[in-house]
Design a protein around this ligand. Structure first.
Ligand code: UFG
Length: 328
């Protein structure tokens, strides 16, 4: 297929691009590089542009004869969304709907969207199934939920075919070490812990150990970024006009903050000093996927089932690129 990968210069999008190319698809990346990295995109594939630039987008969709779009271009920091919701509603809702309208104009109606477990808020029942009531607790989660609804409405009214893939905690890097996670500022647990191992930070601050979990630290479902990419490939083949599906992408296994730090100690051989800190606002104690729908609908199961394997791939990237893409 001819694919437009919106946000393909970002962390998850750039990994998906490599897997789509490996599978024989033709890829064009559309990205404004506000958060992505030019170096993450293979030569000659990047078109720089804004989601709201309808003329450019329609031109690219037509000129490249695009069959389907993958949308990875949302902002994804909870704290930032609380402090600056306008940024999130503008990019994750308004600009994303501009993308859908450019697609309508170019008669491209297949889309795979990166949604999130943040649309569930703080569910009481773990593991989390797709039928769980979606009650986001921050603007980030709300903007993703609004766009899921837009997709449902565009499917019913205009014949869009979509998959909204609700990621749990994306982690790891392409195993060959060529691309990986490079956020500024970095807020995610695994890269921060590995920065301690690299000597770039003195310690990791654990955000609370008084949660109602076995070791008191928060539990998350860490999923390798290439497993996410593989699920996108599978979803692409199943898109049907006028229909949509929302699917969790997780492993179904929870790992605590403490277990992640221990896995990083094992993998890096570094002591990784830790300091106990306050709880971070808005952190639910436990988020673990019920991943059965993905298995059933996508015929997909994650390859990386041990967080050590995930950390190993991340560590390879961080060792080769201690300053991210700026190391190149
Ligand atoms: N944590 C620490 N210390 C740190 C950083 C993180 O203890 O320095 C803890 C957090 O409190 C949390 C866990 O590590 O318990 C994971 O935190 P991340 O920031 O790596 O990931 P989140 O679970 O907060 O966020 C992820 C995505 C978001 C998404 C959210 C819920 O990054 O985009 O899952 O879906 F909104």
């Amino acid at each position: 297929m001819n694919l437009l990968i919106v946000g393909g210069a970002g962390y998850i999008g750039s990994h998906a691009v490599r897997l789509l190319l490996d599978a024989g698809h033709t890829v064009t990346v559309y990205d404004n590089l506000s958060r992505g990295h030019r170096q993450a995109v293979p030569d000659g594939m990047l078109v720089e542009g804004e989601l709201s630039d309808r003329n450019t987008l329609v031109g690219v969709l037509k000129e490249k004869n695009i069959d389907a779009v993958m949308h990875f271009a949302a902002f994804a920091l909870v704290n930032e969304s609380v402090n600056d919701p306008a940024l999130y509603y503008r990019n994750n809702v308004i600009a994303a709907v501009d993308l859908l309208d450019a697609m309508r104009e170019a008669n491209v109606k297949k889309i795979v969207f990166s949604s999130t477990t943040a649309t569930y808020g703080e569910p009481e029942v773990i593991p989390i199934a797709e039928t769980t009531l979606q009650q986001p607790i921050n603007p980030y989660g709300f903007t993703k939920l609004v766009f899921e609804q837009a997709l449902a409405d565009y499917a019913a009214a205009y014949g869009f075919g979509y998959a909204a893939l609700r990621y749990f905690n994306a982690a790891g890097a392409r195993p060959d070490g060529t691309i990986g996670e490079d956020h500024d500022p970095e807020t995610h647990l695994i890269p921060i812990v590995l920065q301690v191992a690299l000597g770039q930070r003195k310690h990791i601050t654990v955000f609370g150990d008084d949660y109602a979990t076995p070791d008191g630290t928060c539990i998350r479902d860490y999923i390798h970024v290439d497993d996410l990419g593989a699920a996108h490939l599978a979803a692409l083949e199943r898109l049907e006009s006028g229909k949509g599906i929302c699917v969790n992408l997780g492993t179904g296994r929870g790992t605590s903050v403490r277990e992640i730090i221990d896995a990083c100690r094992d993998v890096t051989g570094h002591a990784i000093p830790e300091v106990m800190g306050e709880r971070r606002a808005g952190d639910p104690p436990e988020l673990v996927a019920d991943a059965s729908l993905a298995k059933q609908w996508l015929d997909w199961t994650p390859k990386y089932t041990d967080v050590r394997q995930i950390v190993e791939t991340a560590w390879r990237w961080h060792q080769n690129h201690p300053n991210g893409y700026a190391s190149n």
